[in-house]
Structure formats: C-alpha cells, structure tokens
Design a protein around this ligand. Structure first.
Ligand SMILES: Nc1ncnc2c1ncn2[C@@H]1O[C@H](COP(=O)(O)OP(=O)(O)OP(=O)(O)O)[C@@H](O)[C@H]1O
Ligand SMILES: [Mg+2]
Length: 258
C-alpha cells in the first residue's frame, strides 16, 4: 500500500455551534480546537448529547459551525464554493455513519462501487478496490447480497469497506463498532490502524466503546462544549504481539490487490 497523505489533514480552530437563538439557544460546541495529522487515529468520547456527531458533521462539511475555522486537507472548507466542497467531501472524506446507510436496492459490492464512481476511476480499478475492501472486512462471500439480506453488523462492515475502498484522506466514523462483537470490532480497528500507518489516512472515531482508546494515538473527551485531551498514560496499550500481527495480515490482504 503506498503512502497517499502527509502533513496536517484536519485543523479545527475555535469552532462553536449553537442551535436555536435567544433564550432557547443551545450552545453545543463552545470553542473546539483540534489538529489531526496524516496517519493519526483519534478517538472522541463524550456523553450522549455532548456534540460528538455535531463536530464530525462540521469536519465532514455536512454542517456549518456558528463560528471558527475548519481546514480540511489544507483548505478552508467554510470559504469554499459549494461545488468544490462537495467534490472534496466525495473524494477525500470517508464516512462511517449509522445514518449514512447503504442503498437498499444495491448489493454490497454495488454500494461500494457507487462511492468509487469518480472522474478518472475506471471500472477495473473500482472492481479491484471493491474486492479487496470486502475481503478486508471478511465479507467476500456476501458481495452480491442486498443490505436487507445482511445482519446489522455485516451492513456496518460494508459501510466500513465502502469508506476504506475510497482511500480518502480522512475517515470520519461515528460509532463504527457499535454493531460488532468484540473480536470483529478489534479486527476492524486493527485494519484502520494498518491503513492509517501505511496510507496516511487519518481516522476520527466517535464511540462509547472504551476499547477504542487502546488502538488510537490520541483520545479526547468532549464535555461542556470543549475538547479535553486525555493524558497518554490513562490509555492502556494493547499488547503489540497480538494486535500488530493482525494489522500486518490485513494490510497484506489489501496490498496484495495493488
Ligand atoms: N439540527 C439540530 N437542531 C437542533 N439541535 C440539534 C441539532 N443537531 C444536534 N442538536 C443538539 O445538539 C446536541 C448534541 O447533539 P449530537 O448529536 O452532536 O450529540 P452526540 O454527542 O453525538 O450524542 P450521542 O452520543 O447520543 O450520539 C443535542 O442536544 C442535540 O439535541
Ligand atoms: Mg452522535
């Protein structure tokens, strides 16, 4: 797998987001600063309603902040024209969101292919990427099934495969392991880590799952509208001899296709 990205990929500066106005205004984000570098995995925790999805939506250019600055891949997404912002979103951002669902009348493989239908991406390349992404999430045998023929966790893995197949600069994941058993969740996280390290893709992962903190480079807690960086020693390191092996295996699966 070749290195595709380097440098700072996400730069959030003093971002605020309020909903409503006057007395009924809710100030969800109250000055968020966040920098994410290429190849970095970041976990974002916080109680329900603390604004985690709101922040991912802003970084993913799906929502605009009330104030502040958001740079994605070195570009100020708030000053961009709509067309260019849509293009950046489609090419450079992978979404693993629960409400960003699969198209019900398309198979697993077709759902992935749809995300790859970009100028300059030809059918053979799309097929190759679709195949290796499905393999990486262990769903090769489910390529021609429709979403409603899959379990919730399998659908979640198709959504993961779709984001990975794009090879975007940044993957925004909102509770990506919520439908998965512990073993499958660990595999997915090892896969993310392998891809981050090899390709330079940055991962921003929102979750309630404490296990994720073991896999990432930095962990933040969002509360009272502010981000708090968790000290490194608060996270428990995963034994490398177990997890790194599976990273390598998964990386090989993907690079074998290249
Ligand atoms: N479009 C909107 N209009 C009004 N309020 C909103 C809107 N989107 C989010 N909110 C409010 O912002 C707050 C944060 O919501 P958000 O979805 O970001 O929380 P979260 O941290 O992702 O929670 P959870 O863990 O439950 O998913 C909530 O109080 C919610 O009601
Ligand atoms: Mg949420």
């Amino acid at each position: 797998m070749e290195r595709l990205y380097d440098g700072v990929l996400v730069e959030v500066e003093n971002v605020t987001r309020s909903f409503g106005s006057g007395n009924t205004a809710v100030h969800v984000l109250r000055g968020i600063d966040l920098v994410v570098n290429a190849g970095e995995l970041v976990a974002l925790y916080g109680p329900s309603g603390s604004g985690k999805t709101t922040l991912l939506n802003i970084i993913g250019a799906l929502d605009r902040p009330t104030g502040g600055k958001v740079m994605v891949c070195g570009k100020d997404i708030l000053k961009m024209r709509d067309g260019r912002r849509a293009k950046l979103r489609r090419r450079q951002l992978g979404f693993i969101f629960q409400n960003y669902t699969l198209m019900p009348t398309y198979t697993s493989a077709e759902n992935i292919d749809l995300a790859l239908r970009l100028p300059g991406m030809f059918i053979l390349e799309r097929r190759r990427r679709t195949k290796s992404a499905l393999e990486a999430v262990g769903l090769s045998a489910w390529a021609t099934h429709l979403p409603d023929q899959l379990s919730g966790g399998q659908r979640q893995r198709v959504a993961i495969a779709r984001a990975l197949a794009l090879r975007p600069a940044i993957i925004l994941a909102d509770e990506p392991t919520s439908g998965l058993d512990t073993r499958t969740a660990r595999r997915a996280l090892s896969l993310f880590k392998g891809i981050a390290r090899a390709q330079g893709t940055a991962f921003l992962i929102v979750s309630h799952d404490p296990m994720i903190a073991d896999f990432v480079d930095s962990t933040y807690d969002l509360h009272d509208g502010k981000l708090h960086l968790r000290a490194k020693d608060e996270a428990i390191e995963t034994p490398p001899h177990i997890e790194e092996t599976s990273v390598d295996e998964k990386t090989k699966v993907i690079s074998a296709e290249d």
